[in-house]
Design a protein around this ligand. Sequence first.
Ligand code: PMP
Length: 330
Amino acid sequence: MTTSLPDTLSLIGNTPLVLLKGPSEAAGAEIYGKCEFANPGASVKDRAALWIVRDAEARGLLQPGGTIVEGTAGNTGIGLALVANALGYKTVIVMPETQSREKMDTLRALRAELVLVPAAPFSNPGHFVHTSRRIAEETEGAIWANQFDNIANRRAHIESTAPEIWAQMEGRIDGFTCAAGTGGTIAGTGLGLKEFRDDITIALTDPHGAALYNYYANGELKPEGSSVAEGIGQGRITANLEGAPIDTQFRISDEEGLYWVTRLLAEEGLCLGLSSGINVAGAVALAKQLGKGSRVATILCDTGFRYLSSLYNPAWLEAKGLPVFPWLKE
Ligand code: PMP
């Protein structure tokens, strides 16, 4: 039977863009959030997952029934598992054991084979990225998605996120900012938006504990401080970050990110993860720099429902020395 209805993979992308009232008032500007939690896997990483799989198919690397192996903080794994299920592939996901319980349960529920490894620096051969590459090499019919250095990741944002934002803002956009994990979102959206208008300001919003703020400010890849935000914070120039058109940069603390997560939930009904709050804090900083009435877009990366046992749990917040949401206090 043929049908003119779209298939489930077409649910990835074409997410809404919303005006964020509190951040806009704080900056005296218009700040818009791209609702990436509205993707079927509830995060921005569905886009990278789809582009990486389609790219591997186009290169003839992935055969029917094949396996996709990836090292991920969680969201890419969720996107890959959904895309793999829809296209008839298997997934093996390697993840640091420090990531949220919800992500692990979600991956298992989505039929991914989960391999948990201790958190380790990138230089350690046991790091989740190296472990995933080894498993891919040792598995018959497997590909390594390699989201950090596979530029099909940033192409997803050049070809989908950037044109969507440009169209949704009707070409009236002065700046864009977000944080980097692989760097696919900031580099791809930045490159894509600059194709439309080359004087748009692209800003990197870096969490504490990452090395990119210093790199773009003074050329030195030097991390400072630490962050509990999942999925962001990079210590090297990945292939996705190479040539990223970064005009300016901000360093944002977990407290500032949490401030916006709390306000967006209480005042605008948006339940988000911490990287979204950090992005919004960066967007406020960028809009203030660009001046009154400027129009800035950022990414609302994933749903807060993924962090009920951490970010939305008073005991966890207290243990991390972070302020507890007023309405969660007894
Ligand atoms: N926020 C969250 C919650 C993520 O999982 C990721 C992906 N690692 C990002 C932001 C950053 O996206 P990117 O990998 O495109 O830099």
